[in-house]
Every structure is written in structure tokens, then in C-alpha cells.
Ligand binder design. Structure first.
Ligand code: NDP
Length: 420
């Protein structure tokens, strides 16, 4: 491999640098455990510290581990099925492009069929509620093993295959942030596979299990539980239907595959994003039709902003001459790419984050106002998106320089108009 494709050493550290890289792999799993323990207590209080600590058999059970491994293996099998089209990713540093299968939506449909058959056959899906803690511990363990494997694999990878942000030479940091950009076995892309499938499809299955548990306990699912399930299902269906769009995201283009993404995809997303449904099993809520209508309207608003903004940019990046975006104003950059300065991307600099945040709020509101816990997602997500936005702006400023500064002048607000 020619020297010119070598990945330069990373000098700018993110996520709290070395301290973050050492502490976060401990703090994040403990946070998941804490939230799961707190949501199951009678009062569901987030400030009751420490929550009742589980015994070892409540934390770990080999069947749960096998279940998690079986789940990931099933999704890997579905990834390999010759369904859907094959598409090309973004151009890599050496000028090449990788191929990716676009069949996550097929995977969701087949998984839904399998889950439906299991339920018809009398398999008690509500068991997932009973075993959620050993399942989360198993998923965390699997993510940790995968991260070690990825790091060892990355040490044998060619220099050109390393992630620009994860090549410090410090073992802790590179292990945490991800050393190799696109670790693969032949055509099986590990990061792309984990990004959407096991975690997102797992999230909707956990939500459904919570709905089944509520039905088992109280005879029928509540309106609040149905809303949370439908909203989050819509979000996952949207992500899988638009799978190709993930190929232009920071996670795929810029970030390596290490502990942060592996743990996020396999453990954090399915077990913390399902907290609202989990909460409703123990803390039923009465929703009036009027408040349900308000919450549905909020979710629709958030979804429309999120989808229109993402589609506008994806279309613009894939085909800037497409007639659907012909009237939009753009500014040129020195790289040859242009930046949108009207339409959604002229409203705020990250309209897709704004839509996502509005939806996050709509997912928590069905849980009422008695507890903070179901609002964990929207609070955490606001922090994540503010941080992500800052990271993205930093990269865009490096990429586009003066053009980015002009864009910031034209579109002064980052996420929320007139506020932030
Ligand atoms: P974005 O989709 O927002 O992409 C940012 C990139 O878009 C920039 O790096 C730049 O890349 C391009 N861009 C920025 N401004 C403009 C402009 N004015 N005109 C044209 N291109 C522009 O990044 P993310 O990957 O962070 O988010 C993708 C989606 O995923 C979002 O909807 C987000 O809300 C969601 N998300 C959800 C998470 C969850 O856990 N639920 C977690 C993280 C994200 P370039 O110029 O190189 O094309």
C-alpha cells in the first residue's frame, strides 16, 4: 500500500480523551444496569441510590447469554441472505469504495414473522421482561468480547484501513474509540451490521415483550404502551427502510469500530431506548384521548422534520441535480462539494437533530410527569446530539473552511431556531 494512503496519527482526542476512554467502558455498563434496576423498583425513582442490588443468579444466566448470541447469529444470517440490492459506500481515502447489502428491512420483516410464529406457538415473550437484566449483562459481555476482538484484528490491519480518529497509538483510547474504520470478513462488514440490525430490531422486540407483559398483568395493553410501541416501531422501520442513508453518517464514514459503537449498538440502544415501555409495565398511566392526540401530533411533527431534512441532504449528496431539490440555494466549497443554505438546512444547521429531539420528547410524554426515569432518553439524547453536533461542526470546519464559516453566518442556529 502506497505511503500516501497511510492514516495519519490522531492528535485531537474526543470523549474526554484518555480519561474518558478508561472510565466510560466502566461507567456506561453500570449506567445501563442502574437504569434497569431503578425502572423495576416499585417507586421507579432514579434518585434512590443504590437501587436494590441483584444476586449473582439474577445478573448472569447462561441461557440468556445463549439467547443473545443466537439473536445476533440470526441477524447475521439474515444479513447474508441474497435479498435486496448491493450498494456502494462513500469513497475511501485510497479512492476505493466498499459494497454493502441493503436488506435490513427484509431482516425486520423476516424477524417479525418469526416472532409472530413464536407468539402463536405460545412462547411467552413476556419472559424477556423477567430476564431483562441477565439479557443486558449478556449483551454487554458480548459487546466487550467483540471490542477486544476488533482491537486485536485492527492491529493486523493495513495502515490505510485505520480510522482517522482512532489512531493515537494509545491502546486504551484506540480500543475505546475504534482503531479500524471498516473491519470486515470478506464482504461481511461488522460495523455496518451492528449499526442497525441486532440493536434496533432487538429494541422493538423488547418493546413488544413489555407490551405482552403488561397484557399478561392487566388483561390488555394501555394506550400509553401502544403509543410508545408504535412511535418507536415507526422510527426503527424508517431507519431500516432508509438503510442506505447510514452509509453517509459519521458512524460509518468517520468513526472506527471499537468499544463505543459496539457497546452502543448491542447494549445501550436496545436496553436503554426501551426504558419507556419497561417503565409502563410497573407504572401504568392513564392517557386521555386529548393528550394522546397532542402527543401523536408532536411525534408526527418531529418525524416530518427528521425525515424531510435527512432525505433532502441524502438526495443532495447522492444526486445534486435531482429535480426535487432543483430550487434550493447552495454555496460552493473548495472540495468541489456544495452546502445547502436553503430548505431544511437553511432553517437550522442540524434540522434532522431537531426532529429527532421532538420525537424523543413525544416518546416520553405517554409516561406522565410523576417520574424522571422515562425522560432519561430525551435528556441523554439532547446531550448526545449537542456533543455530536459540535463534533460534526468541527469536522466540517476542517473540511470546508471559509465556506463553512459563510454557512454558519447565513444559518446562525445549530439545532433549535432562536435558542441554540
Ligand atoms: P448528519 O446526517 O446530520 O450528517 C452531517 C453531515 O452532513 C456533515 O458532516 C456534512 O457532511 C453534511 N452536511 C452538513 N451540513 C450540510 C449542508 N448544509 N448541506 C449539505 N450537507 C451538509 O449526521 P449524523 O450521522 O449525526 O445523523 C444522521 C441521523 O441519525 C440524524 O437524523 C440523527 O438525528 C440520527 N441519529 C440518531 C441517533 C440515535 O441514537 N437515535 C444517534 C445519532 C444520530 P458532508 O458534507 O461530508 O456530506
Amino acid at each position: 500500500m502506497s505511503e500516501k494512503y497511510k492514516t495519519p496519527r490522531t492528535t485531537e482526542l474526543e470523549f474526554g480523551g484518555l480519561l474518558g476512554a478508561v472510565c466510560l467502558p466502566v461507567i456506561l455498563p453500570l449506567t445501563v444496569l442502574y437504569l434497569l434496576l431503578a425502572v423495576r423498583t416499585f417507586d421507579g425513582g432514579i434518585l434512590n441510590f443504590p437501587p436494590p442490588l441483584p444476586s449473582l443468579p439474577e445478573l448472569w444466566c447462561p441461557t440468556s447469554f445463549l439467547f443473545v448470541v443466537g439473536w445476533v447469529a440470526l441477524q447475521a444470517l439474515l444479513y447474508l441472505l441474497p435479498l435486496g440490492k448491493i450498494t456502494q459506500g462513500m469513497v475511501l481515502r485510497d479512492g476505493s469504495r466498499l459494497s454493502y447489502p441493503i436488506n435490513a428491512f427484509h431482516a425486520l420483516l423476516i424477524t417479525s414473522g418469526l416472532v409472530f410464529c413464536c407468539v402463536l406457538a405460545g412462547l411467552p415473550l413476556g419472559y424477556i421482561y423477567d430476564y431483562i437484566i441477565p439479557l443486558a449483562v449478556s449483551a454487554g459481555l458480548l459487546a466487550l468480547c467483540l471490542s477486544f476482538f476488533l482491537y486485536v484484528k485492527s492491529l493486523c490491519a493495513p495502515q490505510s484501513a485505520l480510522a482517522p480518529g482512532g489512531n493515537t497509538g494509545n491502546h486504551f483510547y484506540d480500543f475505546f474509540i475504534g482503531h479500524e474504520l471498516n473491519p470486515r470478513f470478506n464482504s461481511f462488514d461488522l460495523k455496518y451490521f451492528c449499526e442497525l440490525r441486532p440493536g434496533l430490531i432487538g429494541w422493538v422486540v423488547i418493546n413488544l415483550a413489555m407490551l405482552m407483559k403488561e397484557t399478561e398483568l392487566r388483561g390488555s395493553p394501555s394506550l400509553a404502551m401502544i403509543l410508545v410501541n408504535v412511535f418507536q416501531l415507526l422510527y426503527v422501520v424508517d431507519a431500516l427502510w432508509n438503510e442506505e442513508a447510514v452509509l453517509t453518517t459519521m458512524d460509518i464514514v468517520q468513526d472506527g469500530f471499537g468499544f463505543m459503537l459496539a457497546f452502543g449498538d448491542l447494549t445501550w440502544v436496545p436496553f436503554t431506548y426501551s426504558l419507556q415501555a419497561h417503565f409502563l409495565v410497573r407504572h401504568p398511566q392513564e392517557l386521555t384521548m386529548f393528550s394522546a392526540f397532542g402527543i401523536i401530533s408532536l411525534n408526527v411533527l418531529g418525524y416530518l422534520i427528521f425525515r424531510c431534512a435527512n432525505s433532502e441532504k441524502n438526495l443532495f449528496r447522492r444526486d445534486p441535480t435531482h429535480p426535487n431539490i432543483a430550487g434550493l440555494e447552495t454555496i460552493p466549497t473548495a472540495t468541489g462539494k456544495r452546502l445547502l443554505v436553503s430548505g431544511w438546512w437553511g432553517f437550522v444547521r442540524h434540522p434532522n437533530y431537531l426532529g429527532d429531539l421532538i420525537m424523543a420528547l413525544a416518546w416520553s410524554l405517554p409516561c406522565g410527569f410523576s417520574h424522571v426515569l422515562p425522560y432519561f432518553y430525551v435528556i441523554y439524547f439532547a446531550v448526545l446530539l449537542v456533543h455530536r453536533e459540535a463534533r460534526d461542526e468541527h469536522q466540517c470546519l476542517k473540511k470546508y473552511g471559509l465556506a463553512w464559516q459563510q454557512y454558519c453566518q447565513r444559518v446562525p442556529y445549530r439545532i433549535i431556531p432562536y435558542i441554540y
